[in-house]
Design a protein around this ligand. Structure first.
Ligand code: F6R
Length: 605
């Protein structure tokens, strides 16, 4: 949510910043801008709209500075206008600042600064920061002290970076919002997220909360809020820069749907002992979970749907497990204790609601095991243990491949828990599950190659609403199908457990409300009955199941999936629904990778 980029020591500052902003655009795309220091002052270029608008605003020969910062915005305070775009400066442009987060006491600070004659030009909370830095410079502070004294005045959350006229240094700090330094060959980078500079370096240092960094042409140093030095640890990021590109695809989303077979192979790699079928997950070896009695999964959006799927697998294995929407976790009255295992599930590892739920659980005595995609992410740094889903970078705002990898990771974790926990009943048919997991990448490939989703998506595109139904493990898939559909088509889509339809939602059903019925697992016959009830009321039925021939009369359209173990059928059905959403949104000419009002990493509560 908002993307920050910075670079020092490259002679291509503006192109580097612009590349970084394009790579980070999934974090927000309301407005964007850059500021560079070129010895003659700070030059700032910013525009409302996408990063491409800033590119257009740049002069033909952009300033050749060696230090710069940039920002792509997801608005919190103030609409997406040129004025509200970052970087923000003090009135004399001595200081330029980019910020991700929310300054909660900005109105007090702004009133205080206005009382001393400062004039503000934006509606943002961020603008107080350059004003404050300039204020402390006027009091005679050196640059670093002025920056640190400014931070000391801020309440709320921030990742912030500043440049100051006449100084080839970026001053930056983190408090509750991610920031990572990239170490290149004679150059340094700064960003909210590694994909911003991955094609330039994979060596990184993550800032922790309360840490400040000075990044200069000949090195960088880290300190705490008092200015005392901090030791740093350089980490290597094991992502292929090619994975952050679109390749030959029109959209990241389609690329990410298509690469699910490869992503899943990586999710599974080396985690199942072939001889014995024993599952080992990132050091969580047999016996690790013996002391736990119940499991709370906390997550948002697509990750919540994966958590719901995982909770159902755990419940089937005799384990007391619940999936909670992270934003509601602290307000519900569930009992959390030292015998609780809390599992935050989050692709980005930065979702504020999920981090907050994890903190609540930890505070109540729970042990936390994060399931995430992003190494070095906040969740991975704060949880007691982390299991990585290894799906590779996901750039499309709509989550796709990470849902599949999350569910498979949770399935493996469920096996570990079922073996370790007292109430756990390891499945007797686990050999069959393993065989199905082994086939899963090929089964998904088959769906990708044979799917009729495009033609189904084009039918009934002008309908009033789109309904998705399923039972048991097919229910999270129906929920995910509806979320994906509304997110990228902007059409009204809802999901229901199929049995719920007749208790009210059936009143919505007309010939203009197509129903996607996910009929999988032992309970499929009930879903088929519920779909028949809707068909009798005129709804067109899109049947997603493994035996379309047997149900030829019921489905107006069929999206067939290969036969597999019932724990995995939902994943295959989900790929069909991902494709339906993609082709429907494409037909409607939507901004598929950057749906309106959304951002990929939601770092505010
Ligand atoms: C849906 C989507 C969002 C995210 C949600 C959680 O396509 O992308 O609903 O799933 O914001 O994000 P993570 O998984 O990063 O915690």
């Amino acid at each position: 949510m908002c993307g920050i980029i910075g670079c020092v020591g490259t002679d291509e500052t503006v192109p580097t910043l612009m590349d970084g902003l394009s790579n980070l655009e999934y974090r927000g795309y309301d407005s964007a801008g850059v500021a560079v220091q070129n010895g003659k002052g700070i030059a700032t270029f910013k525009r409302s709209g996408k990063v491409a608008e800033v590119r257009k605003a740049l002069p033909e020969s952009p300033p050749s500075g060696t230090v710069g910062i940039g920002h792509t915005r997801w608005s919190t305070h103030g609409p997406p206008t040129d004025q509200n775009a970052h970087p923000h400066t003090d009135p004399e442009s001595r200081v330029a600042v980019v910020h991700n987060g929310v300054i909660e006491n900005y109105d007090t600070l702004r009133a205080e600064l206005e009382a001393t004659g400062n004039t503000f030009v934006s509606d943002t909370d961020t603008e107080v920061i350059p004003h404050l830095v300039a204020h402390y410079l006027d009091q005679g502070d050196d640059h670093e002290t002025a920056f640190r004294r400014t931070l000391d005045r801020l309440d709320g959350s921030y990742a912030v970076a500043a440049i100051i006229d006449g100084d080839d240094t970026i001053y930056c700090a983190r408090h509750g919002t991610p920031l990572v330094v990239g170490i290149g060959d004679g150059s340094y980078f700064l960003a909210s997220d590694v994909p911003a500079f991955l094609e330039r370096t994979s060596e990184v240092v993550y800032l922790e909360d309360g840490e400040i960094a000075r990044i200069e042409p000949d090195g960088f140093s880290m300190m705490d809020v008092h200015g005392d030095p901090i030791e740093t640890e350089i980490e290597h990021i094991d992502w292929d820069p090619k994975d952050t590109g679109k390749g030959a695809y029109d959209h990241y989303m389609l690329k990410e749907i298509d690469t699910q077979p490869t992503a899943l192979k990586k999710t599974l790699e080396g985690r199942i002992e072939p001889e014995t079928g024993t599952v080992s997950l990132d050091g969580l070896d047999p016996g690790h979970f013996e002391e736990f009695e119940q499991v709370d999964l906390v997550a948002c959006g697509t990750s919540y749907h994966a958590a719901l799927y995982g909770a159902k697998i755990l419940q089937e294995a005799g384990i007391e497990a619940q999936a909670h929407r992270a934003s509601e976790y602290g307000t519900s009255s569930q009992l959390v204790s030292e015998s609780t295992l809390a599992i935050p599930v989050t692709q980005s590892g930065e979702t504020a609601d999920t981090l907050s739920a994890m903190a609540d659980a930890a505070e109540a005595g729970a042990t936390t095991v994060a399931v995430t995609n992003v190494m070095g992410s906040t969740v991975a740094r704060q949880a007691d243990e982390t299991v990585f889903i290894r799906a590779g970078p996901e750039i499309g705002v709509a989550a796709t491949k990470t849902f599949s990898s999350q569910v498979v990771t949770l399935l493996l974790l469920a096996r570990r828990l079922a073996e370790d926990m007292d109430d756990g009943e390891p499945r007797e048919d686990f050999d069959e599950v393993l065989a199905a997991l082994d086939r899963l990448p090929d089964d998904i490939q088959h769906v990708l190659e044979s799917s009729d989703a495009r033609s189904v998506a084009h039918k009934h595109i002008d309908s009033d609403a789109f309904l998705f139904i399923g039972r048991h493990l097919a229910f999270p898939v129906a929920k995910e199908g509806a979320l994906k559909f509304k997110e990228i088509t902007y059409e009204h889509a809802e999901s229901f457990t199929s049995g719920r339809l007749k208790h009210g939602p059936l009143a919505l059903v007309t010939p203009s409300t197509p129903i996607f019925a996910v009929a999988t697992g032992e309970v499929r016959s009930k879903t088929l009955t519920n779909a028949t009830e809707a068909k009798s009321r005129g709804a067109p039925i899109v049947l997603v199941t493994d035996d379309c021939d047997a149900n030829a009369d019921l489905g107006d359209y069929h999206l067939e999936i290969p036969e597999t173990h019932e724990l995995l059928e939902g994943l295959l059905a989900n790929v069909q629904l991902q494709l339906v959403s993609y082709y429907a949104a494409n037909r409607l000419d939507r901004e598929i990778d950057k749906p309106r009002n959304l951002a990929k990493s939601v770092t505010v509560e």
